[in-house]
Design a protein around this ligand. Structure first.
Ligand SMILES: NC(=O)c1ccc[n+]([C@@H]2O[C@H](COP(=O)([O-])OP(=O)(O)OC[C@H]3O[C@@H](n4cnc5c(N)ncnc54)[C@H](OP(=O)(O)O)[C@@H]3O)[C@@H](O)[C@H]2O)c1
Length: 290
């Protein structure tokens, strides 16, 4: 059982929400932030502001980091590396899987254990039911601190490899950014035709609601590396994406995104996948041998 005491470094919108959630749940929280003034409302609620990073690290075994990126992590921790021995760093800073692996090795060199975290929700959802965070790193370390981590969100341990939590996080963000761009693209077409976003919205929602059906089917294709063209043929898809692109071009809408999508469809056609499902496009996207 944890002792309901931890250190949290980094008081951006995410770190502030986290500290407030810990305070709401009766935790003793020691904080440190480059801009110390951001800690004032937390100190008023009972948090302790450590004057130095060294003192913040010394206060607790569990140290939660919520910084902009891993460059900021080193900027904060490197000068205090001598105080890291014996610490568990729950690094909820987003960055790449490679940087997470390097940070885990760096922490180990200084005698600390590293858990990588990828928070899936924005600050207002911290401490709220249904929120989740990917974790990866040593399972025994995760288990020992799961109770404290679960105060923030559900804690989903994805494996021992330090990079995995970051990979899951970036995979999710891949879907988020590209699908949101597709939404804006559709709204731009609507605008060019005098149709407001609010009028397209119910149809966009309907399309997103249909997506799980496609995800289930095509994930099977990808895992079995078989792309039967029984439901859809790439040749049909390539003709369709051309119609989409021309519709936007005719309306004077920017086609940068659609040109990129179209290029991938036509690369699949050039590879001879016309009679396969468009799930065969994974063969274009995936890491190529050699
Ligand atoms: N906000 C979200 O919606 C959201 C959602 C999911 C995940 N995340 C991830 O959670 C992390 C924190 O998010 P956030 O929104 O709070 O980010 P943020 O506003 O960028 O966090 C800034 C924190 O990093 C510190 N910092 C940045 N560069 C520094 C440096 N060189 N030296 C020392 N401290 C430095 C800032 O200190 P100062 O206060 O002194 O500037 C502040 O404490 C990020 O990795 C973000 O990707 C955020």
């Amino acid at each position: 059982m944890g002792n309901k005491s931890l250190t949290l470094i980094g008081l951006g919108p995410m770190g502030l929400a986290m500290v407030n959630t810990y305070l709401d749940n009766g935790y003793q929280v020691t904080v440190w932030n480059r801009t110390a003034a951001k800690a004032e409302p937390l100190v008023a609620r009972g948090a302790v502001l450590a004057p130095t990073v060294e003192e913040a690290l010394a206060a607790n075994e569990l140290v939660v980091l919520s910084l902009t990126d891993y460059d900021a992590v080193y900027a904060v921790l490197e000068p205090a590396a001598g105080s890291l021995s014996g610490k568990v760093i729950a690094n909820l800073t987003s960055d790449t899987p490679e940087k997470a692996r390097e940070a885990a090795a760096w922490a180990a060199k200084h005698g600390a254990k590293h858990l990588t975290g990828g928070v899936q929700v924005p600050p207002p959802l911290i401490g709220k039911p249904g929120s989740s965070t990917y974790y990866s790193g040593p399972k025994d370390v995760f288990d020992a601190h799961e109770e404290a981590l679960k105060v923030l969100t559900e804690a989903d341990h994805r494996g021992e490899d330090a990079g995995l939590a970051a990979m899951y996080y970036q995979a999710q963000m891949t879907i988020f950014w590209t699908s949101m761009l597709s939404f804006y693209q559709a709204l731009a077409l609507g605008q060019a035709n005098g149709v407001a976003a609010q009028d397209l919205l119910p149809y966009a929602k309907m399309q997103f609601a249909m997506m799980p059906h496609f995800l289930d089917l095509y994930a099977q294709h990808v895992d079995t590396a078989s792309y039967p063209g029984d439901v859809d043929r790439l040749a049909m898809g390539a003709a369709s994406i051309d119609h989409v692109t021309h519709t936007h071009a005719d309306a004077g809408v920017n086609t940068t995104l659609l040109d990129a999508v179209s290029a991938i469809f036509h690369a699949g056609m050039d590879k001879g996948f016309a009679e396969n499902s468009f799930s065969s496009l994974i063969e274009i996207l995936k890491k190529q041998a050699g």
